[in-house]
Write a protein that binds this ligand. Structure first.
Ligand code: UT7
Length: 317
């Protein structure tokens, strides 16, 4: 498969570090030094499904197809207002598509998992176009009275249209079960048969544990996808890492001894938008003509689960 269209959409409200410091014991200096984040876009008047529809429409238009031509929609989403139906099903109606739809929850690594699923569907042989849409609102997961998590995230949606062709070269996915370092628990409906106390918590994160895991997994995953394809890191033009934290990106870059110019980033403007972060960055690079046919790209992401994954592709649009 190859990418034939990209699109993204962000909420209208820009929240600066100084704005956060008006209601949290934090500062622009702390946030920028530890994360690189300056501003993030946060959902206020919008709904996630509208951002998802806008991002998808942009990608579909660029691919030069109609929504009715999509053979599958895979949506990477951690939370939205509906537990059921899946966001992809809601989106299908908004777009006017008629294909089967499924959501997956691979947390921040969801884009790579969705691409891997799409790759398997193409290999089955009866698909022409698949929409992968990542739509996330982590601002509705964090506790806005807690400075350790709320300053890190932003909301957004980004999509790619994948079409039959040659582009993706290798994938590596892994999952390491862990419910301690990064999780959120929600309370389910009461029943007459449940006596135990149940919790309803905001997102909990052991930042330093996640940091170490992110760096190690990213380095291993990238090494593996390059080795599988017999490609050297020096021959990769753009490493698109999950935009969680500038320090993580810098650390991976330094261990790999690669040039800063090959590690594009926009975390400073969007914060961590979970699985939407890599396709948002991809859309930005694509629409500013930074991607050239024949260039090699690596995507690498990690998130709650822990889920981690990377893939190598050649840009063919
Ligand atoms: O998609 C995956 C998402 N997660 C990540 O990528 C997170 C990975 N982890 C990180 O990026 C870093 O661990 C953080 C940015 C979350 C935190 O940076 P850190 O250097 O690991 O800081 P820390 O947690 O060790 O906290 C240092 C201090 C603490 O104060 P004390 O105990 O030293 O007095 C915190 O209470 O910084 C304090 N602190 C803050 N201070 C001002 C924590 N959050 C803030 C804040 N503003 N927002």
């Amino acid at each position: 498969m190859k990418i034939t269209g990209t699109g993204s959409a962000s909420p209208s409200l820009t929240v600066s570090n100084d704005m956060l410091a008006t209601f949290l014991d934090t500062s622009d200096e702390w946030i920028q030094t530890r994360t690189g984040i300056k501003t993030r876009q946060i959902i206020s008047t919008e709904q996630l499904k509208d951002l998802a529809a806008q991002a998808s429409t942009n990608a579909i238009q660029q691919a030069g197809i109609k929504a009715e031509e999509l053979d599958y929609i895979i949506c990477s989403n951690t939370i939205n207002e509906y537990v059921t139906p899946a966001l992809s099903c809601i989106l299908q109606g908004m777009l006017g598509a008629t294909c089967p739809c499924i959501d997956l929850n691979g947390a921040c690594a969801g884009f790579i998992y969705a691409l891997d699923m799409a790759d398997a569907l193409f290999k089955r042989g009866n698909m022409e176009h698949i929409l992968v849409i990542c739509a996330e609102e982590p601002s509705r997961m964090v506790d806005w009275t807690k400075r350790d998590t709320s300053v890190l995230f932003g909301d957004g949606a980004a999509a790619v249209v994948l079409s039959k062709g040659e582009g993706f070269i290798s994938f590596k996915l892994s999952t390491i079960s862990n419910t301690e370092a990064l999780y959120q628990i929600r309370k389910l409906q009461d029943t007459p048969f449940i006596n135990k106390e149940e919790e309803d918590s905001a997102l909990v994160m052991k930042g330093q544990d996640v940091f170490k895991l992110a760096v190690n997994c990213s380095l291993n995953d990238i090494k593996d996808v390059l080795k599988m394809a017999d490609v050297k890191a020096t021959n990769v033009d753009h490493f698109l890492l999950h935009q969680a934290n500038m320090r993580i990106i810098d650390t991976v870059m330094k261990y790999m001894k690669q040039s800063e110019k090959n590690f594009p980033h926009n975390v400073e403007r969007y914060g961590n938008t979970s699985s939407a972060s890599i396709p948002m960055l991809l859309d930005e690079l694509n629409r500013s003509n930074k991607l050239k046919t024949g260039q090699k790209l690596v995507f690498s992401a990690f998130g709650a689960g822990f889920t981690t994954g990377a893939c190598l592709l050649e840009w063919t649009k």
